[in-house]
Design a protein around this ligand. Structure first.
Ligand SMILES: NC(=O)c1ccc[n+]([C@@H]2O[C@H](COP(=O)([O-])OP(=O)(O)OC[C@H]3O[C@@H](n4cnc5c(N)ncnc54)[C@H](O)[C@@H]3O)[C@@H](O)[C@H]2O)c1
Ligand SMILES: CC(C)[C@H](C(=O)O)[C@@H](O)C(=O)O
Ligand SMILES: [Mg+2]
Length: 361
């Protein structure tokens, strides 16, 4: 089989973790005799430096012409520390999501037995955690109008806007995912305060009638933020709006062991993109310290969602698990005898190649 992938490595640790994901994809291509071609494109601060635009047209064209997109991370301290900057790397990421219609961001969260002891949370609480967050990605306060500043600069405003259509299309994805899981959807919102959240509750309640075997429950986001670390096994499929989903998934990454561990898929009707949920972690950029597993598991999600290569995807996940079992990790996981980004990528790729028969069974 022959497939093409756009590689948008971005800024900070983006290039080094994406390189490890590509290494694992190459290992899969070798084992299964697939042909995967890559097209690199600019995004974020790197794209601003080169073109003045954080999501250049050439990048958009490449994204549209390929079978799937693998994205690293964007962001640079020179913009983070300058609130007056007119053009920002994050605008590139948001423009890409909006222009490509990537409205459903899927963020799986699970615990790893071997990593339970390093968690600040109690083992018995997080053992067996397995839920997935469906985060709406192209609406809400990230995109609502009006937004901006008053003329005198003393007032700033953002608008949270949702349409019924935007809620329904991601809710269908969440309910369909629940059908294949433990048949439970928890809608996380702030319906006691926000009009948009009340529209979410009303719309999702009506839509749930189409999925009679799915149990729907509701939770306010402040309570959910607490319950996710107090009783994570309560959750199966979490459905939520853009900003709440952003926040609770960084929080949930503590259950998996590190923010560097969590992958995601951003799905639309015509294209799909795969990215670790973390950012550009500029403090260690270029130092071979970043955990590449979120990026590598994003490549596994790409094979599953974009190509329907399930066996291939499982092989990557098993190689990651085996690497963790051996305690072969970057410093954010096991500090003692920590390995580099490259070494962890090499190890996972070598397990994919050498143990493909053993791991597949
Ligand atoms: N999707 C994205 O591209 C994305 C996501 C979040 C933040 N950002 C941007 O990244 C920049 C830095 O933001 P931030 O510091 O808030 O978030 P961040 O995710 O880059 O880092 C937060 C913390 O998480 C940990 N971490 C993150 N990735 C890791 C990895 N791969 N391995 C080990 N540890 C990891 C580190 O402790 C780090 O200090 C900002 O410019 C921000 O806008 C981009
Ligand atoms: C960088 C930022 C715009 C982005 C978001 O908030 O969606 C990030 O935090 C993420 O989770 O992908
Ligand atoms: Mg985030």
């Amino acid at each position: 089989m022959s497939k093409s992938i756009a590689i948008l490595a971005g800024d900070g640790i983006g290039p080094e973790v994406t390189k490890q994901a590509v290494k694992c994809l190459d290992a899969i291509a070798e084992v299964f005799n697939h042909k995967i071609s890559y097209q690199e494109a600019l995004i974020g601060a790197a794209a601003i430096d080169a073109t003045g635009n954080p999501f250049p047209e050439a990048t958009e064209e490449i994204c549209k012409a390929t079978d799937a997109i693998l994205f690293g991370a964007i962001g640079h301290p020179k913009y983070d520390n300058d609130p007056t900057a007119k053009v920002r790397p994050e605008q590139g990421l948001l423009a890409m999501r909006k222009k490509l219609g990537l409205f459903a961001n899927v963020r799986p969260v699970n615990s790893y037995e071997v990593l339970l002891p390093i968690s600040p949370l109690k083992e018995e609480i997080i053992r067996g955690t397995d839920f997935v967050v469906f985060r709406e990605l192209t609406g809400g306060i990230y995109f609502g109008e009006p937004r901006g500043r008053s003329e005198d600069g003393n007032i700033a405003f953002d608008s949270c806007v949702y349409t019924k259509h935007e809620i329904e299309r991601i809710a269908h994805y969440a309910f369909k995912a629940a059908e294949k899981r433990r048949k439970k959807v928890t809608l996380v919102d702030k319906a006691n305060v926000l009009a948009t959240s009340r529209l979410w509750r009303e719309t999702v309640t009506a839509l749930a009638k189409q999925y009679p075997e799915i149990k729907l429950d509701f939770m306010f986001v402040d309570n959910a933020a607490m319950k996710i670390i107090q009783n994570p096994k309560h959750f199966d499929v979490v459905l939520t709006e853009n900003m709440f989903g952003d926040i609770i998934t960084d929080e949930a990454s503590v259950i998996s062991g590190s923010l560097g561990m969590l992958p995601s898929a951003s799905l639309g009707t015509n294209q799909s993109l795969f990215e670790p949920i973390h950012g550009s972690y500029p403090e260690v950029a270029g130092q071979n310290k970043a955990n590449p597993i979120g990026a590598i598991l994003s490549a596994a999600m790409l094979l599953e969602y974009a190509f329907q290569w399930h066996e291939e995807s499982n092989l990557i996940k098993k190689a990651v698990a085996k690497t963790l079992d051996e305690g072969f990790t970057t410093e954010d996981i096991f500090k003692e005898n920590a390995k580099g980004t490259e070494e962890v990528g090499d190890k996972i790729a070598s397990f994919i190649k050498s143990d493909s028969k053993v791991l597949a069974n």
